[in-house]
Every structure is written in C-alpha cells, then in structure tokens.
Design a protein around this ligand. Structure first.
Ligand code: SAH
Length: 405
C-alpha cells in the first residue's frame, strides 16, 4: 500500500491522522482488503479503494516448493519484476526474503539477478508490500500469543485470498515442512538461524501472534544502494510482527550505505556481508564491486559495527565448485576474520545455469568439499555453519524466478 498516497488521500478527505494509522495497522495485520476494516466508515473505505490500490505490487506468478517455501513474482505499477520468498520452518518460524531493487546494478558473476537488466530502486511501500503479501498468505495463528484487544482482525478473515493456503485455517500438523528435504541451498534463509532438522512442528510456537517472524534483505538488489527506502521499510516491519533483531540486511560491502547504517541506525538490525572470496583477485572476479570498495576497508567498517552494536556480522560465502571452495581458500578466509566479530555461513550454491561471460556456468561444491572447508574454519575457531537449502525445486535463489520469465 502506497503509504504516502494513503496519507494524502486521507488528508484530501479531511480525515484525522489516526485514520491513516488505523488503515495501515489493518494492512500490516494481514487484512485482505479495505472491506475487512470494520472500524473504518464504509464510505471512506470505498473512497480509499478507488484512490489507493491495496498493494503497490501485482502478483504475476507464485510457486510453492515441497518444503513449504513460497516464491512470488510481482510487478511494480511500471512493469518492473520483483521477487520475494516465504520460508516456513518446523519450529514455527516464518522467514521472508525481500528484494530492495528490481534487478541489480552490481554484476556478481554467479548471481542470476546480476545477469538481469537493472530496473530501479524499490520504494518503501514496494518493499513492505512484499511482506504484506506473505502476511496475508499466512493464516493468523491464535494458538500463539492471545491477540490484544486492538488486534481486531478475525482469524477467519485475515487469511487473504490465496490459492495456496486455506485462509483462516491454522496450519495443521499435517502441513509439515521438511527443511531437510529438497537438498542444496538458498540464499534466502536467515543467516545463523538454520533450523535443526529434528525440530518438530509447533505452529503456535515462535511466531507469537504474528505468523511472520524474520525478514532478510537477500532478494534482488543491493539494499545499501537503496539505503533510505530499505531502512524506512525495516523500521515499519515491527508492525507486521518482525522485530529489528529478526531483520537482517545483506550487503556486498557497499561502503557509503554501510557507513550510514553504522552511524545512523540505532535499531539492532543484523548485518550480513557477502564475502565469497578472501583474495582480492578472486573476489573481484566474482564480485566486480570489490574493485570499488576493497574488502579490507569493508571488514574494517564491519568491525566498527561489532564494536558499536556488540553484535557479530554474518559472513555469507557461496560455495562454488573448484572456484573458491578448497581448503586453501578456507585458510585465506580464516586469516582475514576473527571469531569475536564474524560468523560464517557457508551457502551451497543454487546453480542458475547463467552463462559466465562465455565460461561454463558455475557449479555447486560437493558436500565433502563443503565439509572440508568448514573443518579448516573450525580448526581456526571461526564459527561456521552450513546453510540449509530451501526451495531448490522452485529455483528460489536470488533472481532465479524473474530471470527465467
Ligand atoms: N546484494 C546483497 C543482497 C542480495 S543477494 C548481497 O549480495 O548480499 C543475497 C545472497 O545470495 C548473497 O550472499 C548472494 O551471494 C547469494 N546468492 C546469489 N545467488 C545465489 C545462488 N544462485 N545460490 C546461492 N546463493 C546465491
């Protein structure tokens, strides 16, 4: 929902400011449309539905993986593709992965988004509408925290009209999600919080009154190039039920945004750095942005974040077969990190099939190669986990849905 348009429309109708807040709260709690907003006068609801589209995004495709992951492709009003993913975990967590840009101007050679044409920065509302879409997909779970009296959404209405879920019906234990199935990895999980395969399903746990618990800015785009809109969206996510501690911004190390993030953002939002190679030559080959903002400068800034915020930075390292995955590469990585400041997430590569400028497409490292790599980090006492795969059968990796349109 375009919040600025909502505000100006309300003002045009001489409405008090609290009405805007009321409408936004309904939307943030998963209302399916203006009609559901029973404490908003009917004529005003009608005026709003004429003037303010309920979402700034239109859904053009949706896929559901065997493990419960849902990937949605949207279009902006001016026709730019945007993709986002919902991951459902057995412990009740619901993590969303959102895009900050349509396409991406950085041309990381292994990334499907990097191979697409860059569109533009997304607005704050376009970022939030990805979250609201999934908020509507997830039935409200009243077995968690009891809704407060102001939470006026009725479970039977809040579910929204999705072909994928049964609106209003709380997930049954049968709707189990098997994070251990599906193989491979997605960049779309919350770093450092990989669910344990043995978790049993308790839909009422973890989420409290909100069916969405975590958000990662790991969809299309570089969040720190679109700093203001990303931070404004992150600051509204608590209305959707996602706290700053459960929000993670992932960056290639875009220094101007990273510096502003450290200096200007007080909320305890988590930081993840896409590192992928410790040596300058290889990193520049994988991520041309490394020539512009060299890794030592980026790591120095990350350490400043750790000092100031007292939280570790997650390092993302996508495992590319024969490229950056040998024990030597692991030793190089261990040499530039310190266990007090960083925690490494090894990401099994989701092959994209994109042509690497004439060179053969990248392949994912074997399990054995990943284990050997992790062993080197373990011995150096650098905390490291191997990220679980989600949604591989629906190509739920960065840019993959939009790129195959
Ligand atoms: N521009 C930001 C956020 C988007 S990408 C960044 O790069 O951090 C989020 C993560 O997904 C990055 O770590 C990226 O390297 C990784 N990624 C991209 N394509 C992937 C793929 N095909 N398989 C696995 N991880 C991928």
């Amino acid at each position: 929902m375009d919040i600025e348009l909502l505000e100006s429309t309300m003002a045009g109708h001489g409405q008090p400011a609290y009405r805007t807040r009321q409408v936004w709260e309904w939307a943030a709690k998963g209302a399916a449309g203006y009609d559901a907003m029973t404490n908003v006068p009917a004529p005003l609801r009608q005026a709003l539905s004429d003037a303010v589209p309920f979402s700034t995004l239109t859904v053009t495709g949706e896929q559901q993986a065997k493990d419960g992951t849902v990937k949605t492709l949207f279009l902006t009003h001016d026709g730019h593709p945007v993709e986002a993913v919902l991951m459902r975990y057995r412990d009740g967590r619901r993590s969303i992965c959102v895009s900050s840009q349509s396409g991406c101007p950085l041309t990381c050679t292994f990334c499907a988004t990097g191979a697409m044409q860059f569109g533009r920065n997304l607005t704050t509302s376009e970022i939030l509408d990805q979250a609201l879409h999934f908020r509507r997909l997830e039935p409200i779970d009243n077995r968690g925290e009891a809704p407060k009296p102001r939470d006026t959404i009725h479970p039977s209405r809040g579910g929204g009209a999705s072909p994928l879920t049964n609106p209003g019906e709380a997930p049954k234990p049968r709707d189990t999600i098997h994070p251990s199935r599906g193989g491979g990895a997605s960049p779309l999980t919350n770093p450092g919080e990989a669910p344990k395969p043995r978790d049993t399903i308790h839909p009422s746990r973890g989420g409290g009154a909100s069916p969405l618990t975590n958000c990662v800015f790991m969809g299309m785009g570089e969040p720190f190039i679109n700093f203001d809109n990303v931070i404004a969206a992150a600051r509204r996510l608590p209305d959707v039920g996602i706290t700053p501690r459960r929000t993670t911004i992932s960056t290639v190390g875009w220094l101007p945004g990273l510096t502003r993030f450290i200096d200007e953002v007080d909320e305890p939002i988590r930081l993840a750095l896409s590192l992928h190679a410790a040596s300058p030559g290889l990193r520049s080959q994988l991520m041309p942005v490394n020539d512009r903002y060299p890794l030592p400068d980026v790591l120095a800034e990350c350490r400043r974040y750790v000092e100031l915020r007292g939280r570790k930075v997650y390092v993302e390292y996508v495992m590319l077969e024969g490229v950056n995955d040998t024990p030597r590469h692991a030793a190089e990585l261990a040499a530039i990190l310190d266990p007090k400041s960083f925690k490494v997430n090894l990401i099994p590569y989701n092959p994209t099939g994109i042509d690497n400028k004439g060179a053969p497409a990248y392949g994912g490292s074997s399990r054995d190669a990943i284990a050997a790599f992790k062993h080197v980090l373990d011995r150096a006492r650098i905390p490291a986990t191997v990220r679980l795969t989600r949604g591989r059968d629906i190509a739920a990796a960065c840019g993959q849905l939009a790129a195959t349109r």
